[in-house]
Design a protein around this ligand. Structure first.
Ligand code: ADP
Ligand code: MG
Length: 245
């Protein structure tokens, strides 16, 4: 039960300009939820607030989870792939938090990392530098890292943007398996087909909630039009959020 994540009137701002505001709702334990919405809707901001990287200006995120219970795949733009490390080392970063920065990575963990690479179709890639991989292969490696991390809650920020169709299919299968295993998955997605076919729940966001619930209900044309209209109206430096009444 403590795996439930509750957002209570959550507002997150940058320099006092709210990026998302007054968001309330629940991610049930073991649920698969897509977050959809226009660019600048605050989707990435919301994920960062959920994992505790950003502090809300008001409201809160409630859960009974430890920091190591969260696996997080940032948006590609936030990942530095020029870091000169191997694919295997990249995957092993998934357990560094457990082992501690200077902890020893044991033989068992190396074996598990190799298993994770095999599970994402990267058998034999362990010695390659992460920067030498294609975008799709690199995303497979980052999913292997999530597999090794074995987190209860997995947050994915646009995991399939600019990723080839074959890789997307393979990685979506892993997401589905995570659901079967009872993990909670929250994924920012732009492809409505992926949302409809793989995520039973959707949060449609346009700085505030447009709708949040069962995917077929939320992804209705009127809601999608509403989200787009809200995005067209907003200004980047919009007024400071009024304190909740
Ligand atoms: P999305 O992921 O839905 O495209 P973001 O959460 O990245 O949206 O951004 C929401 C808003 O917050 C945007 O207006 C964006 O410019 C702004 N923003 C995002 N990150 C920062 C930051 N580090 N500093 C200032 N503003 C930011
Ligand atoms: Mg984003």
């Amino acid at each position: 039960m403590s795996d439930v994540i509750r957002l209570r009137d959550l507002t997150v701002a940058y320099n006092r300009h709210p990026a998302v505001h007054h968001v309330s709702g629940t991610f049930a334990s073991g649920s698969l939820t897509a977050i959809a919405g226009p660019n600048g809707a605050g989707k990435s901001t919301l994920l960062k607030a959920i994992i505790g990287d950003l502090r809300p200006v008001s409201g809160r995120v409630e859960h009974g989870l430890a920091p190591t219970d969260f696996g997080y795949l940032p948006q590609a733009a936030d990942i530095n792939r020029r870091f000169p490390i191997s694919v295997l080392e990249t995957v092993l970063l998934g357990v560094w938090r457990e082992a501690g920065a200077f902890g020893r990575i044991g033989r068992a963990q190396r074996m598990k990392a190799l298993d994770a690479l095999a599970a994402v179709g990267l058998d034999g890639f362990e010695g390659r530098s992460i920067g030498s991989l294609s975008a799709g292969q690199a995303q497979r490696a980052l999913f292997a890292r999530l597999l090794l991390q074995d987190a209860k809650v997995i947050l994915l920020d646009e995991p399939f943007t600019a990723i080839d169709a074959r890789t997307t299919r393979d990685l979506l299968d892993i997401v589905t398996r995570w659901g079967v295993e009872g993990r909670t998955v929250i994924a920012v997605l732009h492809d409505f087909e992926q949302v409809r076919s793989h995520f039973p729940h959707t949060l449609l966001l346009a700085r505030e909630i447009v709708d949040w619930g069962a995917t077929p209900e939320v992804m209705r044309p009127d809601n999608l039009m509403k989200a787009r209209a809200m995005a067209e109206r907003w200004e980047e430096d919009a007024a400071i959020c009024a304190p909740a009444a």
